[in-house]
Design a protein around this ligand. Structure first.
Ligand SMILES: [Zn+2]
Ligand SMILES: [Zn+2]
Length: 398
C-alpha cells in the first residue's frame, strides 16, 4: 500500500461498469418516470443505505453490536446489494482508513490526495483492489461471509433482476439504478466531504467532521467526527438532536431480538474534556507541525547563527561555535543543543510556545491535552530542523 503514486493504475474492469451505471440512468428519458418508480427509488435507497451503515460499517467494519450468523449473512447480502464490493474488502479498507486516517497511508484522504480521489478514485486503484484478509480475521472465519466476498456483485444483480421482474424497465432504471448511484455517492461523501466540511467536536488527529445534512442523507453516518472519536459505538449521533436513523433501526431490531449487545459509549467517554490517547496527541501534533515549514526554520536558524557569530556574549558564542563545528562535521544527536539554541536566539521562523498554543487552540476542538500537543509539536519541529540541517530530510518519516 505504500507504492509510489506514479505507479498507480486505474482498473478498467471496475471503472467502466461504474461509469456505464451513471450513463444508464439517462435511460429514464425513454422509460419515463412515474411516482411509483420514485417511491421505489426512495425505498431501495433507504434499505440499501441501511445495509451500508448497519451492515458494512457498524457491523462488519466495527463490530459495534452482535447478531446471529443468519442475520449477519442477511446484513451482508443487503450491504452488497448496494454494489460496493465484498463485505471483507469494505471492512478491511475501512479499518485501514481508521488506522491511518488522513495520514500518508490513508486509503482515501481528501487532505492527502485530491477530493475526487478520496471520493471515487481510490476505489478503482490497483493498489486497493485485493482484499487484505489480515485486516478482517474475525470475518474471514465464516464460510458464508467468504462466499459473499467471492460474489461481490451477485446480491446487486439479483436485486436488480427482481426489481425488473416486478416493476419493469422504468422500475429498473429509476427505482434500482438511480438509487444505486445515489447510494454510492452518499456513501463516498463520508470519505470525502465528511473529512472536509462540518464541525469538529473532538480532537481525533484527523480531519473528520460532524455534518448534520450528511447525517440525514446517510442515515447517521454524517456524525463522522463523533465516529472517529469513538469508532466502537453503534450510535454515531451522540446527542438526542443528532439524528441517527441507523441507530434507531438497530434499536428497534434489538427490541425484537434480531441484534443484541449494542455498544454505546458512557456519558464520560463522550464528554469534551476526555483525555486523548498518546496516539491521537501524536497525530494532532503531526498536523500542527505540518503547518510549519521546517526548511524555512532551518534556513532562518542558519542565518541567525551566522549573524550572531562573534557578536554575542561568551556562553552563547561558545554554543554558536560548537554548532558551526558540529554542523560542518554533521554530528548526530544535536537535538538537545537545538532546543537550547531556540531558547537562546530569537529565530522568527520558529514559532514560540505561545504561538503554537494559539494556533493549536484555533485548529483543534477543546481538549485538556492542548499543552501535550503543543510540546510534542515543538519537539517534532526541532527534529525536523535537525534532520534538515544534517541534510537528512525525506529519509525520515514525518
Ligand atoms: Zn473517516
Ligand atoms: Zn468507521
Amino acid at each position: 500500500m505504500s507504492r509510489d503514486q506514479s505507479q498507480e493504475r486505474y482498473l478498467l474492469g471496475t471503472t467502466i461498469p461504474f461509469i456505464l451505471a451513471h450513463v444508464a440512468c439517462l435511460a429514464a428519458l425513454w422509460t419515463g418516470v412515474s411516482v411509483a418508480d420514485l417511491a421505489l427509488c426512495a425505498g431501495l435507497y433507504a434499505a440499501r443505505m441501511f445495509g451500508v451503515t448497519g451492515g458494512y460499517h457498524r457491523y462488519f467494519s466495527h463490530r459495534t453490536y452482535k447478531t446471529s450468523r443468519v442475520m449477519a449473512f442477511i446484513l451482508g447480502f443487503l450491504a452488497q446489494s448496494s454494489a460496493q464490493r465484498g463485505i471483507l474488502w469494505w471492512a478491511g479498507t475501512h479499518r485501514h482508513h481508521h488506522r491511518f486516517s488522513d495520514g500518508p497511508e490513508d486509503v482515501h484522504s481528501p487532505v492527502r490526495r485530491s477530493f475526487v480521489y478520496s471520493h471515487v478514485g481510490w476505489i478503482f486503484s490497483d493498489r486497493y483492489d485485493t482484499t487484505d484478509l489480515s485486516l478482517v480475521p474475525d470475518l474471514a472465519k465464516y464460510p458464508e461471509l467468504l462466499w459473499l466476498e467471492r460474489h461481490p456483485y451477485l446480491p446487486a444483480v439479483m436485486t436488480g433482476f427482481v426489481v425488473w421482474l416486478l416493476a419493469g424497465w422504468s422500475g429498473l432504471v429509476v427505482g434500482f439504478l438511480w438509487s444505486t448511484v445515489l447510494c454510492w455517492h452518499a456513501t463516498f461523501a463520508i470519505n470525502s466531504l465528511a473529512h472536509v466540511h462540518g464541525s469538529r467536536r473532538y480532537v481525533t488527529g484527523d480531519q473528520s467532521r460532524n455534518n448534520w445534512w450528511l447525517a440525514l442523507l446517510t442515515l447517521g453516518e454524517g456524525w463522522h467526527n463523533n465516529h472517529h472519536h469513538y469508532q466502537g459505538s453503534v450510535r454515531q449521533g451522540f446527542r438526542w438532536y443528532e439524528i441517527d436513523i441507523s441507530y434507531y433501526v438497530l434499536r428497534a431490531m434489538a427490541a425484537v431480538g434480531l441484534v443484541w449487545d449494542l455498544r454505546v459509549p458512557s456519558e464520560r467517554a463522550i464528554q469534551y474534556d476526555q483525555k486523548l490517547t498518546p496516539a491521537v496527541v501524536e497525530k494532532a501534533a503531526g498536523q500542527l507541525a505540518a503547518s510549519f515549514q521546517v526548511e524555512s526554520i532551518a534556513a532562518d536558524l542558519r542565518a541567525r547563527l551566522a549573524e550572531k557569530r562573534g557578536h554575542v556574549q561568551h556562553e552563547l558564542a561558545e554554543l554558536v561555535d560548537r554548532w558551526h563545528r558540529q554542523l560542518d562535521e554533521k554530528v548526530e544527536h544535536l537535538r538537545h543543543d537545538l532546543d537550547e539554541l531556540f531558547h537562546a536566539i530569537h529565530v522568527p521562523a520558529m514559532p514560540s510556545m505561545a504561538e503554537l498554543r494559539d494556533k493549536a487552540a484555533a485548529m483543534f476542538a477543546h481538549t485538556p491535552n492542548l499543552n501535550d500537543i503543543v510540546e510534542r509539536t515543538r519537539q517534532m519541529l526541532i527534529d525536523g530542523v535537525h534532520d534538515e540541517l544534517l541534510g537528512r530530510r525525506g529519509t525520515t518519516a514525518h
